[in-house]
Design a protein around this ligand. Sequence first.
Ligand SMILES: [Zn+2]
Ligand SMILES: [Zn+2]
Length: 231
Amino acid sequence: MNQCLLCDQEFIVPIMFHQIFSLTKLSPSQLCAHCLSKFEKLNKISCPICSKNTEEAKICADCQLWQEKYQGNLLKNIALYRYNNYFHDLMVAYKRYGDFELHHVLKELCQSYVRKLPADLYVPIPTSPEHQAQRKFDTVSAIFEGIVPLTPILKKKSGSKAQGEKNRQERLMSAQSFLIDKNIKIGENVNNLNIILLDDIYTTGATLYHARDKLQEGFPNAVIKSFTICR
Ligand SMILES: [Zn+2]
Ligand SMILES: [Zn+2]
């Protein structure tokens, strides 16, 4: 029996045949089927750039803005879930109230997918030093740690407001708030790196575009994409 992290009910985890022989062990399920069903998977009718569910499979309004701003140099983002009310509540408990245990839930929602994403570097979006001090953990790294090897080469400047504290207009206009951590060594061959940025939520894309721009300064030849759990 396992106990569900979200509703405390005990439940039996069905063991899949392929898991018995699988070499890559996923962490044990901590979500019951009922709670799991409240997270809505994004469907296939979506923006080809950022995965947002749209009426027709065409580029969404956010990506149109980025297309103008970046003259077509868009950031391809893969997302798995819709940011519904249930997800919103989970993120408030995790980020605003700092309920660290909930990182297990977020891990469970994305780990089997993220494990199969090929990349040379997996770069988590960092928390600001102030928030890290407040919560005592880094919200994004805590989710992806142990799923793929992380290269925390981006740092957030202190004093920068979190995206969640800004309105839409402020987010789109916000200034670069990332730095490259020169202390992180990433080996010899830095040409043609495939880099995946990892984050929890894609809201307007502002955070990820800033992170992409900063990485591109350090690695001009890298191919950079992103993964977020929600869109
Ligand atoms: Zn449950
Ligand atoms: Zn889009």
